[in-house]
Design a protein around this ligand. Sequence first.
Ligand SMILES: Cc1cc2nc3c(=O)[nH]c(=O)nc-3n(C[C@H](O)[C@H](O)[C@H](O)COP(=O)(O)OP(=O)(O)OC[C@H]3O[C@@H](n4cnc5c(N)ncnc54)[C@H](O)[C@@H]3O)c2cc1C
Length: 484
Amino acid sequence: MLRSKMESGEAVYTFFEVVIVGGGIAGLSAADMLYKNGITNFTILEARSRLGGRMYSEEIEEGKFIDYGAQYIHGGVPANSIYNLAVSNGLLGDELITESIENLKYFYTTEGKIIDGYHLKKAYELFEPIEEEISYFFYTNTETIPTEYNNIEVAFEEGVTNAIAHLKASNESENYFIEDVELALRTMRFAMEVPNGDKNSQVGLTTIGAYVTLPDERDIILPQGTQSIINTFGDQITSRVQMKTAVNKIEWNDNEVTTTTCDGEIIKSKHIIVTLPLGVLKKDSVQFVPPLDDRKKSAIENLGQGRVAKIILVFDQPFWFPGEGYMVFAWTDQELAAGIETGDWTTAIPLMTEVHGIRNALTTFIVGDFAHVVEKLTDEEIIEGASKVLRKFTQDLLIPTPIAVKRHNWLSDPYTMGTWMSPTPKTNYTDVLALQMPMPSVENPRVLLAGEHTHAKYSSTMHGARSTGIDQANKIIQFMKSNN
Ligand SMILES: Cc1cc2nc3c(=O)[nH]c(=O)nc-3n(C[C@H](O)[C@H](O)[C@H](O)COP(=O)(O)OP(=O)(O)OC[C@H]3O[C@@H](n4cnc5c(N)ncnc54)[C@H](O)[C@@H]3O)c2cc1C
């Protein structure tokens, strides 16, 4: 029997070998690993009434899917376990659908001009080494990084200034309008805040993070949304999920774990894998007794929780031709500063991109403090602001008003409280290693944390999250093997 109940005085306990908190990709992957290794006496406690966590798609019309959360498989190589799942389940279609940064071809200036392809190509050429140099820091020991390089903004600024100075001094300089190249470069810097998960000034250089990519920089699209990955977990896993079951307390000792849910259900287990998102851990809404060790607590404080509002604008009819809906807005520094001063959130719209398979929708992202502002706005206010930006940059007053907004407010959702882990200047590689460490010890793994924020290289991704679930499940499997 999967579950056995035992009465002990007044309380009714349920027993499992392993409890998994969270039915996102980390939790489901952990469950799958256990199951494949013959451990079937486990349960997954999921607060929401759906599985997938930040992998959340909706079929808005027959065969047309939007993703409120994760969208791209970053890197189609065997080292990406999400790519492998997608391929082995035939989810990628006959032809791989990919996107890359070069899709962003239409850089609009504030006067409605488009920076031409010749200058844009040069800007991308100059941008690549700057980005690479920044990535380099992620692999180095934090001690060796000079303190003035403690955030991406500083590094970008220096990179862009140097690149432009070199261009001006080179014999190529006469071939370009340098201002156009510089404007494109500065705008790329702003657009990079989306994958970084926060304003560049908040994102640390000294660590792990979204910059570490697999040796394939293509972004691959799942034609039926990322939920199609979640749907590959069969009945042997999904039948062991308890939906609408939020955990609020985890008590543990050297031998067992007692988990209490918000409904007062008490579950005992030998081990627990906790995939609570970083934002939830930061809020302390789930109590650990005894508390998480000091190193984990400081790690949770040091890691940043990304702040991005992802918004899909639906139009009655597309006003762009296919491929021309990848627009980047080159706000001037003055406009950006004025936006911050007056609280104009629309100046935080860096770009809009097409939505694969849906001709009449565009996606946009708002990063940082303004992401919180946007979550509180009504759909009508978002539509008005986004239309204003589109018309301003294209100087086309006939651009139609979107008819709908599709979004999920991740920052205020109590079961996420953010988007993805974004390293701060305080973050250190060892923070993540500390989170991976089982409690009370490696030799006796009772409480194990998993989830995207616990991956040393691929945090902020689906494949990173999946790996952490599998790795932590493995530690339990090894423990069981050596203790049986
Ligand atoms: C807008 C957005 C865009 C993204 N884009 C991409 C992308 O293009 N590519 C990519 O690779 N990644 C992307 N990501 C990141 C990716 O979605 C995550 O890294 C990954 O899905 C995290 O999986 P997880 O299992 O660690 O966490 P989650 O998916 O958040 O799972 C945690 C689960 O725990 C549950 N939970 C929370 N609190 C409780 C509680 N108290 N009790 C019980 N259950 C609880 C939650 O409901 C949730 O189901 C994006 C994320 C967002 C938000």
